[in-house]
Design a protein around this ligand. Structure first.
Ligand SMILES: [Zn+2]
Length: 287
């Protein structure tokens, strides 16, 4: 009888453990994105420190976000010291995508080249032989099928409002980018060329998810078409990849004509949350 009671108690205990285990496993990612935007990080810093507010980041702060990586602590510290203008949150996500390193230095291959959410920039590159598998013709150029379909929807929607959008330059191969960059570097020098042209392998145009619209001039941003794109691109899964706001992150000049497909859900989230760069989105929601 006693043995039986012990057995029942044991079973009950095991059952409880199993039941508890599940929510604990599911919840282990913690309070997601508890930091919210950059401004709340500012408030936290000002309010909590009391004694010496400017002494840098409290890395052991229990409120750290899900994209905080303890393995990067030394780099967080160094980057925060070098860039006193950044909030803690900015330090975390910027180091999270290697923005503490110099461009084209110690770079890494894109981990998932076929993903609509892949990040290509001056720190992440595509292999020389990367060629998207599902390309279709759109306008006078080529893009991946889903991106092209959404682009056509966007062009149609703009047309309803009397605006004319067209696809100027979509996919560009590694070899074509070699020629382009070399041409620009020869005429303007590589330092200047780097502000508006990607080196081969580092170009978003090789992804098949990017397209240059209409005319490649700053003035495009001020046209009715450019303004409409700014307002509506996210509804079709596109973002303006290089804006005036994110130049410090992307290290490219403002390019109102250059849009990148990331899918409607991601583009809408970036729009609604006011996330200024795909780099920030990538660290916080993709990586
Ligand atoms: Zn472009």
């Amino acid at each position: 009888m006693v043995l039986f009671a012990i057995l029942i108690a044991l079973l009950f205990y095991l059952f409880k453990v199993i039941l508890n285990d599940d929510p604990a496993g599911g919840g282990s990612s913690g309070p997601l994105f508890g930091w919210g935007g950059g401004s709340s990080a500012d408030e936290g810093q000002g309010g909590s420190s009391g004694g010496a507010p400017s002494e840098g980041i409290e890395l052991q702060d229990p409120g750290y976000p899900s994209y905080y990586d303890p393995a990067l602590e030394a780099r967080y510290e160094a980057f925060a010291a070098a860039r006193g203008d950044l909030t803690e949150d900015e330090v975390y996500w910027m180091v999270g995508c290697d923005l503490d390193k110099d461009p084209y230095t110690d770079t890494q291959p894109v981990p998932d080249p076929e993903s609509y959410l892949m990040l290509v920039n001056k720190h992440y590159y595509l292999p020389e032989d990367f060629y998207p598998s599902d390309m279709v013709t759109v306008g006078a150029t080529q893009m991946r099928e889903e991106a092209a379909g959404n682009l056509n929807d966007m062009i149609d929607a703009a047309a309803v409002e009397g605006l004319k959008l067209w696809a100027q330059s979509g996919f560009r191969s590694y070899g074509l980018q070699v020629d382009l960059y070399n041409k620009y570097a020869a005429s303007d020098g590589s330092e200047a060329a780097d502000t508006y042209s990607a080196r081969a392998g580092y170009s978003e145009h090789q992804t098949g998810l990017t397209v240059d619209l209409n005319t490649i001039t700053d003035a495009f941003g001020d046209t009715a078409e450019g303004q409409w794109v700014k307002e509506h691109a996210h509804e079709y899964g596109f973002i303006i990849r290089y804006t005036e706001e994110n130049t410090d992150v992307t290290l490219y000049k403002y390019e109102p004509w250059h849009i990148r497909y990331i899918g409607i859900e991601a583009a809408t989230r970036m729009h609604d949350e006011g996330i200024a760069s795909f780099e920030e989105y990538w660290v916080k929601y993709v990586k």
